[in-house]
Design a protein around this ligand. Structure first.
Ligand SMILES: Cc1cc2nc3c(=O)[nH]c(=O)nc-3n(C[C@H](O)[C@H](O)[C@H](O)COP(=O)(O)O)c2cc1C
Length: 243
């Protein structure tokens, strides 16, 4: 295993951090590594807001659960799809900015590629990270707190800092349940692979002292109701299109 793969495979989300601040040069390095990720036709449709104000961080921590780590971690970032730069350029050129779901998808995909490089760069420097999807509990409030202009669409947060815990690795589905040759398998094969993983997952939770539910049980619950309704309307209000 080479060092890069070792770092990748050492990942586990960190939810308790030491107070030690992150030097600016480490953030600068992680930015360059993040920005080195591939980006569709070089359009670079994302930006990152580092939230430094304590009160703003507490308000985001509260709306996200609460998740106190958002307030307490040494650095907290919000990753956004950024359609604004393209809007400004297109309008400055005297053209009308025309929008489509494609622009929002490209923004979300490229922002995620950036974010994973950014996060991995921090992990390679010894930091721990935790993504925060729960900012989407209340995007209008996040938008207002950060005074985000038209075209800037917050997607998820990222906590970074030196780990103050050493959690176990959460098992994943077997690679052969994820990588297929030429065709998606039949449902019987897929469900058999899931049954195998369920056992592993249950064991992992039991070892952590958590209620030993299977992965299937949690997925069946999660996808039986509409999670975070209103996201489409919010992104449309930011100038994105769902069409
Ligand atoms: C986009 C995204 C959003 C997430 N949001 C949260 C979150 O709001 N709070 C949290 O504690 N973990 C969050 N996580 C972490 C996942 O729960 C975690 O990655 C997953 O359970 C696998 O565990 P591991 O990262 O330790 O391997 C998020 C992960 C991703 C990729």
């Amino acid at each position: 295993m080479n060092e890069t793969i070792k770092t990748m495979r050492a990942h586990r989300s960190i939810r308790a951090f030491k107070d030690t601040p992150i030097p600016q040069e480490h953030i600068d390095e992680a930015m360059l590594a993040g920005q080195a990720a591939s980006t569709s036709s070089a359009v670079q449709p994302y930006c990152v807001i580092r939230v430094t104000d304590d009160d703003t961080r507490q308000q985001i921590a509260d709306l996200a659960g609460p998740q106190q780590k958002i307030r307490d971690c040494p650095a907290f970032f919000i990753i956004c799809a950024d359609l604004r730069k393209h809007m400004l350029i297109t309008r400055r050129a005297g053209n009308e900015y025309t929008n489509s779901l494609e622009a929002l998808l490209v923004g979300s995909i490229d922002a995620s590629l950036f974010a994973q490089n950014f996060a991995l760069a921090f992990e390679s420097m010894g930091y721990g990270i935790c993504y925060i999807g729960a900012i989407r509990n209340d995007l209008p409030k996040v938008n207002d707190l950060l005074e985000l202009p038209e075209g800037v669409c917050p997607l998820f947060g990222l906590c970074v800092g030196l780990p103050d815990q050493d959690p176990a690795h959460r098992p994943r589905l077997a690679p052969d349940a994820m990588l297929y040759n030429d065709r998606y398998p039949d449902d019987e094969t897929t469900l058999a692979q899931i049954d195998q993983y369920d056992e592993l997952y249950k064991q992992y939770l039991a070892e952590r002292g958590a209620p030993p539910a299977t992965w299937s049980e949690s997925i069946a619950k999660k996808y039986s109701y509409v999670n975070r309704p209103g996201l489409g309307a919010f992104y449309e209000s930011k100038g994105a299109s769902l069409d």
